[in-house]
Design a protein around this ligand. Structure first.
Ligand code: ADP
Length: 778
């Protein structure tokens, strides 16, 4: 099989498994979006299992290895799933044929355990082992990236069930590009600082994935080395710029948050690095272009430094529950120099005030920290100052050169300041433009910081919360919510940003629901652009439900009213055709018979529409129902039709206690609809089996199946036939007219009972429609 076909083969499977893992982590298992995505992902398993016995997925860095082939999960929207597996320390999974929906659901359940809980419970493997999976195994297989002139993923050891037609292990070959050309199509995962610098030089920024763990200790131990590498890499201004941009993104995106998290001062690293870069760009041999990008990079380092200081102080303040003494002692440690103090003051104040400090308390702490410095400085100057009479100034020639040197440095600083201000203005303009676009986006968008304080609401989100952006900014998101808002924030705290991906796909059951969810839902992102939750306005959803109910009431009313006259016309036509009212001419009879048939069709349609609206809006009358008795009743109902078509109907009840909690009439309707279809689509001499068994998919539930030996349904049609008015063209038998509503009615009833309905089918061999029901609670 060719490679792109191989990729396609897995693309849907991996994407859908990944989406259902994501959805399960976000919502409760009963959420329609979760159930729908789970069903879709399960179908993908079935598709793959038609051709192979097992699927092996292993993890190597940010890549995955599917049945021995390296696959970039980003192209399949599965990066988050892979990250999660890596975080849980999973080396590989083998899913084998026979996997049930129930097993898959349990798999999703354990994948949605919070990382902290996983740790508390002794790791993912332990949790995994507590469930006796029959068709899912974690296998001890290690995949590692090796460099052998070309980069491939190598499987060093594998402990079981891999399949696929195995063409060797690696597919990920990096072509040797022209020097200086940026490679966009591959991903680099640098493991050392040398590789990191090299990656920024060779790849486009988006294609470099930094693994903080392996990089930061080397970087903090030898910042000068890193700076020298950067300088050495500067072959031309473009390349130098790219490396500096990459490093700046690494400092801003990776190091800064981690240093805040670890409460470590970043300046030890940045000062040394900045000094080295400054030394280099100060050389007259360096061109203006180099100098400019160098200066910008140094300014970014300084900004990161300050961000870490502010971030740590804010964290300290929050963790100590607003203890001012703790804040003071940390401030003294982090804000030693006067220039740093004045630089960070306003921003720090903003953050701390947001966290709850009063203006006065802040000023007090700040005054103690800065006075300590002034006092220090004063004693220092008084010690060093020579005793001079008033008006006297002592300047030695050494002092003079020093002063000149200082003046030059001051000029350089001024110039740097000018450049930074210019850059700042450009960024501000850019940000304003971006904010404008985001604010006008149709979909709701809320940005929060790591403490869940609102940073921005766009217009759709303003409508959703009933608050303006200005009102909500800086306040806790939870405080902005009213009862009607259902909040689905990711399990775990907002810092745990690895948990959810950027985009959450809502694949709700019907188009209507999907539209409403979209219009009344905002995605909550943190400032790093990561989605950390969803917010829905229940009132909108309820309104939609009310409108739907009104619609069904109207339809049911109209169809009910239609039924009366229809029956009357039908009866009259029957009498005329039977020639009770006098003889008919042959031509008249043909026309009237045609009208009679059309009336019958119309009556069936009206009945089905009526059933549909009853299924949608009617209340269920739950009681204990014996499913064995129900299938027998349906068998009797269809006995004559079946005998007429020479089809035998069998019953197979394998559960000892097939009692469910259900609305008897409705469930009879479901089985009748499935049975009617089975008879329609099974040719003479076939067999239909009514099965009742323990549900594999539903904990403690029951499963009813209607299996036929009929024409079967193609895989691509299996999903849509449950939608209203959907039929498979070409397989409609002539003898009975149909409306395409039977399965939609059945699905509606089963969903209302809390069960699921599906079909397994092979064209030319037959189909098995099955649904689950919860068992009676004793
Ligand atoms: P209809 O009134 O057309 O039977 P349904 O919603 O019950 O409407 O079924 C939708 C379509 O699904 C049918 O038109 C048919 O194409 C397909 N279908 C349903 N059951 C079977 C079956 N047992 N075997 C083959 N095809 C089936």
């Amino acid at each position: 099989m060719r490679h792109d076909e191989e990729f396609k083969k897995y693309a849907n499977w991996l994407k859908n498994v990944s989406v259902s893992v994501k959805q399960t982590r976000l919502y409760s298992a009963a959420h329609p979006a979760v159930r729908e995505s789970m069903r879709i992902a399960y179908l993908e398993f079935e598709v793959l299992f038609t051709k192979q016995e097992a699927i092996t997925i292993g993890f190597a860095g940010d890549k995955c290895v599917l049945d021995g082939r390296v696959i970039d999960p980003r192209s399949m929207k599965a990066a988050d799933f892979i990250k999660l597996c890596r975080k849980f320390g999973i080396e590989s999974f083998v899913f084998s044929k026979g996997l049930t929906l129930g097993e898959f659901q349990k798999f999703l359940d354990i994948m949605s355990v919070r990382p902290k809980e996983v740790e508390d419970k002794g790791g993912f493997k332990k949790i995994f082992e507590t469930i006796d999976f029959e068709h899912i195994k974690t296998v001890s297989a290690r995949f590692e990236m090796v460099q052998e002139g070309e980069k491939v993923a190598k499987e060093t050891e594998i402990g079981g069930g891999s399949s696929g037609d195995g063409e060797g292990s690696g597919d990920l070959v990096l072509d040797s590009d022209e020097p200086g050309a940026v490679r966009n199509d591959e991903i680099s995962v640098p493991q050392s600082v040398t590789e990191l610098v090299d990656a920024f030089r060779t790849f486009s920024l988006n294609n470099v994935v930094c693994d903080y763990g392996s990089l930061h200790s080397e970087l903090s131990n030898e910042p000068q080395f890193a700076a020298k590498l950067i300088i050495r890499s500067a072959q031309d201004p473009e390349e130098f710029k790219r490396v500096l941009e990459g490093m700046a993104a690494f400092f801003e995106g990776q190091l800064t948050p981690r240093y805040i998290e670890d409460k470590k001062d970043l300046s030890k690293l940045t000062t040394k690095m900045a000094a080295e870069i400054k030394k280099h760009i100060a050389s007259p041999a360096v061109s203006e272009e180099f100098r400019l990008v160098g200066e910008q990079f140094v300014a970014i380092l300084e900004r990161c430094e300050d961000e870490v200081r502010i971030g740590i102080l804010e964290k300290i303040y929050q963790e100590s529950n607003g203890n001012l003494k703790t804040l003071e002692s940390w401030s003294k440690k982090l804000l030693k120099k006067a220039d740093i103090q004045s630089r960070v003051k306003n921003l720090l104040k903003d953050k701390l005030v947001q966290a709850g400090i009063t203006d006065e308390a802040f000023e007090e702490v700040y005054a103690t920290v800065s006075s300590k410095n002034v006092a220090k400085k004063k004693t220092k100057t008084s010690k060093e100052a020579p005793t001079l009479a008033e008006g006297e100034v002592a300047v030695s020639s050494k002092d003079l050169t020093e002063m000149e040197q200082k003046a030059k440095e001051l000029d350089a600083i001024k110039e740097q300041y000018r450049l930074v201000s210019k850059e700042k203005k450009r960024l501000q303009d850019e940000q304003r433009r971006l904010d404008g676009v985001i604010r006008r986006l149709a979909a709701g968008q809320i940005v929060v910081d790591e403490q869940a304080n609102v940073v921005m609401l766009n217009q759709a989100a303003e409508r959703l919360l009933g608050k303006t952006n200005a009102e909500a900014q800086g306040k806790k998101l939870r405080d902005q919510l009213q009862e009607e808002h259902a909040l689905a924030i990711v399990h775990g705290d907002l810092l745990d940003t690895d948990d959810v991906g950027q985009d959450i796909e809502t694949s709700a059951v019907s188009q209507d629901v999907q539209e409403t969810i979209r219009a009344s839902t905002a995605v909550v992102e943190n400032i790093n652009g990561r989605t950390v939750g969803m917010l829905s306005a229940l009132s909108d959803l309820i309104k939609q439900k009310e409108i739907n109910e009104m619609k069904s009431r109207f339809v049911s009313h109209v169809t009910h009213e239609l039924r009366g006259p229809l029956v009357a016309i039908q009866k009259s036509l029957g009498m005329v055709i039977e020639e009770e009212m006098g003889e008919l001419e042959a031509k008249q009879k043909v026309l009237l018979e045609m009208a009679h048939r059309n009336m019958q069709r119309l009556e069936r349609l009206v009945n089905d529409v009526l059933d549909m609206s009853k299924a949608e809006s009617g209340a269920l009358n739950f009681k204990t129902v014996s499913l064995a008795a129900l299938v027998e009743q349906v068998q009797n109902t269809f006995a004559i039709w079946a005998a007429d078509k020479k089809i035998s109907i069998k019953i197979n009840v394998s559960s000892n206690n097939p009692e469910a909690e259900a609305d008897q009439d409705r469930i009879i309707q479901v089985i009748t609809n499935l049975m009617g279809n089975a008879l329609k689509f099974t040719p003479e001499g076939g067999t239909i089996t009514l099965e009742v068994r323990e549900a594999k998919a539903l904990e403690g539930g029951l499963e009813v199946g209607v299996r036929d030996t009929g024409v079967g349904i193609a895989k691509e049609d299996c999903r849509r036939i449950f939608e209203r008015f959907e039929q498979v063209s070409g397989n409609q038998p002539q003898e009975v007219s149909s409306t395409g509503l039977g399965l939609a009615i059945a699905r509606e009833i089963v969903l209302k009972h809390g069960g699921t309905i599906w079909v397994e089918s092979v064209v030319g061999q037959g189909s098995c429609f099955a649904f689950t029901l919860p068992r009676m609670q004793h």
